[in-house]
Design a protein around this ligand. Structure first.
Ligand SMILES: [Mg+2]
Ligand SMILES: [Zn+2]
Length: 188
C-alpha cells in the first residue's frame, strides 16, 4: 500500500450547524488531556491530567470547542486494536462532556507505524488538515500539547503551539498562561 493511502483515523461528533466562524483549539491526547496510561487504550487506565478539567470548563464558558489530534502507532504495531482505540476515545469524550460540557468536534489519530512516512503522524500536519476539512467555518486557533512533535506540528500548520505544562498544573507559567488566554479571548 502506498503512503498516499495512509489516512488519519477520524471520529467526528455531531454539533449544531454554525453560521459563522467558530474557534477550535486542538489538544494532544496522551500526557496532555490524560495521563499516559492512555497510550495502552485501556479504559481502566483513564486518568485526567491535573488541572485539565477546569481548563476545559473555562473554554466551555468562552464557547471554545476542542478537537483531539493523537499519534497512536501502537495500533499499527498490533499492540492495541482499532476497537480498543475507538472505545477509549469514545469514553474519553464522554468524560470530557460529563466534566466540562465542552464541545468536542473530532478525534483524529494517526494509527500508522512510526516509520511509514505517512502525512498524518505528528509533526506532520495531516491530523490538523483532516480536522479542519470537517467544516469550512471551523477556525483552528492553536494546539495544546506536551511534546516536541506537537509544537512542531503546530508550527508546520502555522498556528501557535502551547505546552500544557505551562498552562495547567504545577509548572504553569504566568507569561505562557497570559499568552494563551489572550489568544483564546481574542477569538470570543
Ligand atoms: Mg502527548
Ligand atoms: Zn499516519
Amino acid at each position: 500500500m502506498g503512503i498516499e493511502n495512509l489516512k488519519p483515523h477520524l471520529i467526528r461528533f455531531d454539533y449544531e450547524v454554525k453560521n459563522s466562524l467558530f474557534p477550535v483549539l486542538i489538544f494532544d491526547r496522551d500526557n496532555t488531556l490524560f495521563d499516559d496510561q492512555g497510550s495502552s487504550n485501556l479504559i481502566s487506565g483513564f486518568k485526567w491530567r491535573a488541572g485539565i478539567t477546569s481548563l476545559l470548563r473555562q473554554l466551555k464558558e468562552l464557547s471554545i470547542g476542542i478537537a483531539i489530534a493523537s499519534n497512536q502507532p501502537r495500533v499499527g504495531e498490533g499492540v492495541c486494536t482499532l476497537t480498543e482505540l475507538d472505545e477509549f476515545n469514545q469514553y474519553s469524550v464522554s468524560q470530557i462532556q460529563l466534566e466540562s460540557e465542552c464541545s468536542v468536534f473530532a478525534i483524529a489519530c494517526c494509527t500508522h507505524q512510526k516509520n511509514l512516512g505517512c502525512n498524518c503522524r505528528k509533526p506532520n500536519t495531516g491530523l490538523l488538515e483532516c480536522i479542519a476539512a470537517l467544516d469550512p467555518l471551523m477556525k483552528i486557533i492553536g494546539f495544546v500539547g506536551d511534546s516536541e512533535v506537537d509544537f512542531e506540528a503546530a508550527e508546520n500548520y502555522g498556528i501557535p503551539g502551547f505546552d500544557v505544562h505551562h498552562i495547567v498544573g504545577d509548572q504553569a507559567k504566568t507569561r505562557c498562561q497570559e499568552q494563551f488566554w489572550s489568544l483564546v479571548e481574542q477569538c470570543t
